[in-house]
Design a protein around this ligand. Structure first.
Ligand code: HEM
Length: 124
């Protein structure tokens, strides 16, 4: 079976292979099991660097490098990120990167970031 991007897990927490050995186990610290973290929203994702639970990826290109060729075969790595029980390498081409960034940019809500009424909870 080869990896294809049309599948979703529908899970709200997961492990996307940032580390072989996670220093921080995330949700597992209180609930047990393997290291896993909230799957974050992609809303305004182009505006919210740095990325991941520990802010370890500084730019969206670092995120795409991670999914392209740096996913670690961590214990608990989500099945969606495995092929033949190994961490997948998505190996994005340049044009796939451009398309992915264009897609992620569509989730930027210019209004919410520019409207003064969302800037300060004490402004009415
Ligand atoms: C091309 C495909 C993908 C892209 C572009 C992508 C993008 C991202 C981005 C930008 C973040 C960081 C969000 C933030 O810090 O606010 C993230 C985190 C995460 N993603 Fe993905 N993702 C992809 C595929 C997947 C898949 C297939 C899974 C299935 C397990 C997954 C699971 C996660 C998890 C669990 C996190 C949180 C990790 C942490 O906080 O340490 N992602 N993803």
């Amino acid at each position: 079976m080869s990896w294809y991007p049309g599948r979703t897990s529908g899970k709200i927490e997961g492990n996307n292979g940032l580390y072989m050995d996670y220093p921080d186990k995330g949700i597992a610290m209180t609930q047990g099991g393997t290291p896993r973290f909230k799957v974050p929203t992609l809303r305004n994702i182009m505006l919210t660097a740095p990325y991941m639970h520990d802010g370890s990826l500084a730019t969206i290109d670092d995120v795409l490098d991670h999914y392209s060729n740096d996913i670690k075969n961590a214990v608990g790595l989500d099945d969606l990120l495995k092929v033949n029980n190994q961490a997948v390498k998505m190996n994005f081409t340049d044009s796939q990167r451009i398309a992915l960034k264009a897609f992620l940019s569509t989730m930027t809500d210019e209004k919410v970031v520019a409207d003064i009424k969302f800037s300060d909870p004490f402004i009415r």
